[in-house]
Design a binder for this molecule. Structure first.
Ligand code: NAP
Length: 251
């Protein structure tokens, strides 16, 4: 049986690091991306030339038809055993009293509803209740859910708070159906997401203020995700793992 893992936003940053590890470990990987086809194609070429099985699938996680399409591709490759709900966006720094409805809708639609739609499709396939063989879901939260991100993106922080809550609730809902649901909550990680929010220097600027005096790498977050997906984490569900180098951990 070919085991398949779908990684939303798998083409760049943390998602790409996860895809590389999964392919190396012998999984077939569905690499979802939104717009940057070149990055997705380059990653898939890298993985397949190393002997892996991977497909790039364009799709916007907030669009139900796109989500169904990416899961169809997963089904065509083998048996779905994992979902990494990684696609996520930030926006320009703003106070809440400046935020438009359009911004808020996009923020919650991609970061929350997109993750819910993908989790729904994964449960429909992996749950023993639906005839599936079980599997794992890892959601990408953020240290922002605890910090609140004032003056920057309270909307993003709140959307990630919803991901924390969904992780706990869904984990309990499907715990006896063969599915484990966990989250990682990264701190400041060196990817392009900061530039997409208009702060390309954010990682360098914040590094001296962080407990380890450095940002994390995508690979360091991927290590935690891979562990949570693996059988080594067989009794871990509903967990939210801070991968933040000590930032925003509760006392
Ligand atoms: P990134 O480098 O900006 O990459 C984002 C990925 O998501 C890209 O593959 C992008 O596709 C895809 N994507 C964006 N919008 C999408 C949509 N609507 N539908 C499908 N795919 C979409 O991000 P990252 O830093 O790796 O972040 C990954 C996750 O970790 C996010 O959920 C983020 O909130 C979370 N996180 C990151 C940090 C950090 O410091 N980096 C900290 C805390 C949490 P395209 O290439 O097509 O644009």
């Amino acid at each position: 049986m070919t085991e398949v893992v779908l990684v939303t936003g798998g083409s760049r940053g943390i998602g790409a690091a996860v895809c590389r590890r999964l392919a190396k470990d012998g999984c077939a990987v569905v690499v979802n991306y939104a717009a940057n086809r070149d990055a997705a194609d380059a990653l898939v070429a890298e993985m397949t030339s190393a002997g892996g099985i991977a497909r790039a699938v364009q799709g916007d996680v907030q669009n139900e038809a796109d989500v169904l399409k990416m899961f169809d591709v997963a089904d065509s490759l083998g048996t779905l055993v994992g979902l990494v709900n990684n696609a996520g966006v930030v926006d320009q720094s703003q106070r809440l009293d400046e935020m438009s409805l359009e911004r808020l809708t996009r923020m919650f639609s991609i970061n929350v509803i997109g993750s819910f739609l993908c989790a729904r499709e994964a449960v429909r396939r992996m749950s023993t209740r639906h005839g599936g063989k079980g599997g794992g879901i890892v959601n990408l939260g953020s240290a922002a859910s605890k910090l609140g991100s004032p003056g920057q993106y309270v909307d993003y922080a709140a959307a990630k708070g919803a991901i924390d809550t969904m992780t706990v609730g869904l984990a309990k809902e499907v715990a006896d159906e063969g599915i484990r649901v966990n989250a990682v909550r990264p701190g400041i990680i060196d990817t392009e997401i900061h530039a997409s929010g208009g702060l390309p220097e954010r990682v360098g600027d914040l590094a001296p203020t962080l407990p380890m005096k450095r940002a994390g790498t995508a690979d360091e977050v991927a290590n935690a995700i891979i562990w949570l997906l693996s059988e080594d984490a067989s009794y871990t569900t509903g967990a939210i793992l801070d991968v933040s180098g000590g930032r925003a951990t509760l006392p």
